[in-house]
Design a protein around this ligand. Structure first.
Ligand code: PGA
Length: 251
């Protein structure tokens, strides 16, 4: 049985003070949550403070990006060491906003995934098609390239530490959610692809989250699908009550 994982992607929201308040409110309900992996991904500037709030709880902290390099002259970048020092366990990589606005491509995303795994950070690799690609019937083709390229060189045994987030770009922040059937179809496709790439054991253990306007109201149906192992939550992660509601739907 795969353990469900619900991660809050706070994006470029929350000052330190606001982040501490949100983390403290989430902690009141989820400090001892064993049945679901809960991950909070604040902006870099608030990671230390959020880590302090959730230390000695079962809540994990994640980052929203990471450099593929070790250290040195990479202005504006943050390394794995800097994250691990703040007790970060997960890192979101290849989010569609980074692909779209900052032109991150599969090559660099793959380097980050490999670096994260090498350094014992768990990557949350985001994939997903744009609206015009879905309408052109290209969803599987687009997702296949992102998965094959993004996970190139990842050995089968590392898939237990890999999380894939399927986030149809047209559903992110738009209030439009993929139906449970649409999401399940792509999730099953991704799992099949992993099976083809590295075998059944890895396909059975890798966790695949859905992301894109997930809310307490639609979470139960999405999370009931056999290949949906959790959620990557944007907007609804900025309010303790809605984030906690989604985690409860995963129990
Ligand atoms: P959303 O964002 O829940 O606001 O649609 C999800 C994401 O971008 O990870």
């Amino acid at each position: 049985m795969r353990k469900k994982i619900i991660a809050g992607n706070w994006k470029m929201n929350k000052t330190i003070e606001e982040a501490v308040e949100l983390a403290a409110a989430i902690k009141r309900d989820l400090a001892d949550c064993k049945a679901v992996d809960v991950v909070l991904c604040p902006p870099f500037t608030a990671i230390k403070s959020v880590s302090d709030v959730v230390s000695e709880t079962l809540i994990n902290v994640g980052a929203q990006n990471m450099s593929s390099e070790e250290e040195g002259a990479y202005t504006g970048e943050i390394s794995h060491n800097m994250l691990k020092e703040l007790f970060v366990r997960y890192v979101i990589l290849g989010h569609s906003e980074r692909r779209e606005y900052y032109k991150e491509n599969d090559y660099w995303i793959n380097r980050k995934v490999l670096k994260a795994l090498e350094k014992k950070l768990r990557p949350i690799l985001c994939v997903g098609e744009k609206l015009e690609q879905r309408e052109a019937g290209e969803t599987e083709k687009v997702v296949e390239v992102q998965i094959r390229e993004g996970l190139k060189g990842v050995p089968a045994e590392a898939y237990a530490d890999v999380v894939i987030a399927y986030e149809p770009v047209w559903a992110i922040g738009t209030g439009k959610t993929a139906t449970a059937e649409q999401a399940q179809e792509v999730h099953a496709f991704i799992r099949g692809l992993v099976r083809e790439m590295v075998g059944d054991q890895a396909a059975q253990t890798v966790r695949i989250q859905y992301g894109g306007s997930m809310k307490p109201g639609n979470a139960p149906e999405l999370l009931a699908q056999p290949d949906i192992d959790g959620g990557l939550i944007g907007g609804a992660a900025l309010e303790a009550s809605s984030f906690v509601g989604i985690v409860k739907a995963a129990l």
